[in-house]
Design a protein around this ligand. Structure first.
Ligand SMILES: Cc1ncc(COP(=O)(O)O)c(C=O)c1O
Length: 385
């Protein structure tokens, strides 16, 4: 079965196979074929598919309490919040739990409107922050925005990583600037620590809150807990989702103490946010990242991928840790299909020249070797053709 069931709204173009199980860096289709997952189920499978410790934590919690409302105190939720805040560092003092990246960004942007009393945002060309209305307001995608323009919040879009444009921008009426520290969907675009320092400085001077959307860059993927540490910049809020609970739906808005203390009960809410299953999965995910030293591993593997691929068919590797963009030029689509034929999944991006690698942080050295050998074979076959 490769097509969507007719009962399911076809919102994505599906892979030519149905995914039935997952194990580590592999997913397995209905015919028993194994596919090496450098796409990471869209940057979600942080600890690999069905990591035994995460699966055990979810199952254990399911036998104790599947759900109870945020109106009650739950030890597992308190522990999850404490563990995440300690993991994050970067001046973060509290977290609001929700269910997705869009909901996390929506909530962070609402906090900025509420606390500053302003009505405008600033964001960057190429940004993707989600599909809910405020998140879409700061997302630079004409195709996604077209039918809703009249209802979107006023947002100025600036060129990403451009020091002169940043210096010239006026943030006086801006409630928040939201930025993906590495623009993933745009093609894994990076900025320098100096540019982030200038952005921080400008926001502080203008009384504008700085939101780091770390939905893809957070939870250890870059070889640091969050990009905030990697670039040594202190945002006011950090949003996260995707891999934070290894695939159990979860989002989070981390914030500094001054922001947390300005909010009161009732300002934010979410029925399922911080549910026990997600909290148990988050605690287990952070334990696995620490016990298996996955951040160090992300740095080491990134180095070997860069060393092997820079030059040749891959003109340039950009990104950090295990969020890497391979600039393959006009051959990107052909290489993606070639890898698919060899049962290796990688991500595309909005840049037609760039393929993305965002594998589980547990990805083995052998799996990386297999990817590199297969790209090598593509190059050799291409040269021979
Ligand atoms: C950087 C970033 N922010 C926000 C989102 C939205 O997350 P979700 O799909 O969980 O709403 C995504 C999703 O891909 C993302 O990559």
């Amino acid at each position: 079965m490769s097509a969507y069931s007719s009962a399911l709204l076809p919102t994505y173009v599906p892979y030519p196979f149905a995914v039935v199980t997952g194990e580590g860096e592999y997913i397995v289709d209905a015919a028993g074929n194994r596919w090496l997952d450098f796409y990471g189920g869209h940057c979600v499978a942080s600890t690999g598919h069905c990591h035994p410790a995460v699966a055990a934590a979810i199952a254990g919690q399911a036998h104790k309490l599947i759900f109870y409302s945020a109106a009650a105190q739950l030890p597992v939720r308190d522990q999850a919040a404490q563990t995440l805040v300690e993991f994050a560092g970067a001046g973060m003092a509290s977290v609001f739990f929700c269910n997705s990246g869009a909901e996390a960004n929506e909530s962070a942007l609402k906090i900025a409107l509420k606390l500053t009393g302003r009505k405008n945002f600033a964001a960057f060309h190429g940004a993707f922050h989600g599909r809910s209305m405020l998140a879409l307001s700061v997302t630079d995608s004409p195709a996604l925005r077209r039918d809703y323009e009249a209802l979107l919040a006023p947002t100025q879009f600036l060129p990403f990583a451009d020091a002169a444009a940043l210096a010239a921008a006026d943030f006086s009426g801006v409630a928040a600037v939201i930025v993906e520290p590495i623009q993933s969907m745009a093609g894994v675009k990076t900025a320098t620590a100096e540019w982030f320092a200038a952005l921080r400085e400008k926001c502080t001077r203008a009384g504008t809150l700085l939101i780091f959307d770390e939905v893809q860059t957070g939870i250890g993927r870059l070889g640091a807990p969050f990009a905030a540490q990697l670039y040594d910049v202190a945002p006011d809020l950090i949003t996260c989702a995707k891999g934070m609970a290894s695939g159990v739906p979860m989002g989070g808005v981390l914030m500094r103490a001054a922001i947390a203390s300005a909010l009161k009960p009732g300002d934010l809410g979410s029925t399922f946010g911080g549910g026990p299953l997600a909290c148990a999965a988050l605690i287990a995910t952070l334990e696995v990242i620490s016990d298996e030293k996955l951040m160090k591993r992300a740095q080491v593997l990134a180095k070997s991928i860069r060393g092997a691929l820079d030059g040749g068919v891959v003109r340039e590797v950009h990104g950090e840790g295990l969020l890497l963009g391979l600039n393959v030029g006009a051959q990107a689509k052909t290489l993606k299909s070639y890898l698919l034929n060899k049962h290796i999944l990688v991500g595309g991006s909005d840049d037609p020249n760039v393929l993305r690698l965002m594998p589980p942080l547990t990805v083995s050295a052998q799996a990386v070797e297999k990817l590199l050998d297969t790209i090598d074979a593509f190059q050799t076959e291409g040269a021979a053709a």
